[in-house]
Ligand binder design. Structure first.
Ligand code: PMP
Length: 423
């Protein structure tokens, strides 16, 4: 690690981790000896506090919240009776846990059915389910990232993709956000025989969409693969929530075999888990090489069942995706930002502290909104993150408008006057 950097991206004063530099508090001395680990934890907490980057308590987040615009349950299916019933059915048929890794005895009917229906709905030949979306991305990046490969990665890609690239043996070239020309340059300059372009369809923090048509053209022209993480596209984009890849009919074009899709089951599909979708050969390769697949216990059957129940809802009820997009458009109007391609809205704030105070003020009024601060923001700018979901009613929207106008007015002097410098 560079001096002056920390694992969470916050600045570390030089020498700040040196226990001798400051008199240790009692809690950092044990049996007359300085406890280096206690010193490390204390100093890290102090630095976060100084920078306004301490994360919010995780255990009391939903106290008194009546409207949730922070979660990722985009179709509001988490508590739908049919989704719960599908989870219960899988639980009864296949057991509470998978019982083993998928390759041993941990593959059950709920996995097989889910993989088949996911592949059909997303337009791919095959799907492979993992115990999280994080694992799906980690697996795909390491499986494709051989030493004779360059992975060309958008600067705003999700941590699970980045961590997978870090584990992979490939060279990684990061390109500025949504910069198609930079992707082309990396493809042209490459010395490796293989190349993989990696993007999210709808980016998780900013909520903007990747230029998938142009990227597929480049992949075809330069003999590359295109990996699209549809975590925030699935369920929201397309008439039946089939995601941006399918909504743009990219899988009906020549070159379709170059597209690999990843999804999480934890957002629109209201459950837990993830999947990679592509050719049967890719599935076979992952089954044989992906360590997070091989060495991990299979996805819990109840999660597979719930995801299947939710998938069937989104296929049967196009009004769900349509309502989520309508709510997103109404929220955009309320906060004065452009209508997003998906369900994610991003409102830049002048500082981490102003973002936190806006979130706290909204919460006191019963409205939960998200707050992203460095290091979770790719450009170092703190922002409020609002997510639409199909369960938000028109009455809710009237409350949201009143609350958010008050909250944003309270920070408007700061919003007008200053801006945070990007990382
Ligand atoms: N990709 C993206 C773009 C995400 O936003 C997330 C979840 N935050 C993931 C992958 C990981 O999915 P999971 O929560 O299922 O591990």
């Amino acid at each position: 690690m560079e001096p002056g950097a920390s694992t969470d991206g916050a600045a570390v004063p030089r020498g700040g981790l040196d226990a001798g530099a400051s008199a240790p508090a009692d809690a950092t001395v044990r049996g007359g000896q300085v406890d280096q680990y206690a010193v490390f934890l204390r100093d890290a907490a102090q630095r976060r506090e100084e920078l306004g980057l301490t994360r919010m308590a995780v255990d009391d987040q939903l106290d008194g919240v009546s409207i949730d615009l922070a979660g990722n349950d985009y179709l509001a299916l988490r508590r739908h009776p049919d989704v719960i019933a599908a989870a219960v059915a899988a639980l009864q048929d296949d057991g509470a846990g998978a019982g083993a890794s998928r390759l041993v005895t941990g593959t059950h009917a709920s996995h097989v059915t889910l993989e088949r229906e996911l592949a059909t709905h997303l337009g791919h030949e095959a799907a492979l389910v993992f115990s999280t979306g994080y694992h799906a991305n980690l697996s795909l990046m390491t499986a494709l990232g051989t030493p004779d490969t360059v992975i060309i990665s958008d600067a705003h890609n999700h941590a699970s993709l980045i961590d997978g690239m870090r584990l992979a043996k490939a060279r990684v070239a990061v390109t500025p956000h949504l910069d198609v020309a930079a992707v082309r340059d990396k493809l042209v300059e490459r010395t490796e025989p293989r190349a993989v372009i990696v993007v999210e369809s709808i980016f998780s923090v900013l909520g903007d969409a990747a230029p998938l048509r142009e990227l597929l053209d480049l992949a075809i022209e330069h003999d590359a693969l295109l990996v699209v993480d549809e975590a925030h596209g699935l369920g929201v984009i397309g008439e039946r929530g089939e995601g941006l890849v399918r909504a743009l009919a990219l899988l009906d074009r020549p070159g379709r075999e170059r597209i690999i899709t990843t999804v999480t089951l934890s957002k629109s599909l209201a459950a837990q888990g993830g999947a990679v979708l592509g050719s049967a050969a890719l599935r076979e390769h992952l089954v044989n090489t992906a360590r997070p697949f091989i060495f991990d216990t299979g996805l819990a059957p109840a999660s597979a069942g719930a995801a299947l129940g939710a998938l069937r809802q989104l296929v049967a009820r196009p009004e769900l995706a349509a309502r989520t997009r309508e709510v997103a458009a109404r929220l955009a109007d309320i906060v004065g930002v452009e209508v997003p391609a998906g369900a994610v809205l991003s409102v830049p704030m002048p500082s981490p502290r102003s973002a936190v105070s806006a979130v706290d003020a909204a919460r006191r009024e019963g409205l939960r909104i998200g707050c992203f601060r460095p290091p979770s923001t790719p450009d170092g700018i703190s922002r409020l993150r609002l997510t639409a979901n199909a369960g938000i009613t028109d009455d809710d929207l009237a409350d949201v408008e009143r609350i958010l106008h008050g909250v944003l007015r309270a920070t408007s002097h700061e919003r007008a006057g200053s801006s945070e410098s990007p990382r």
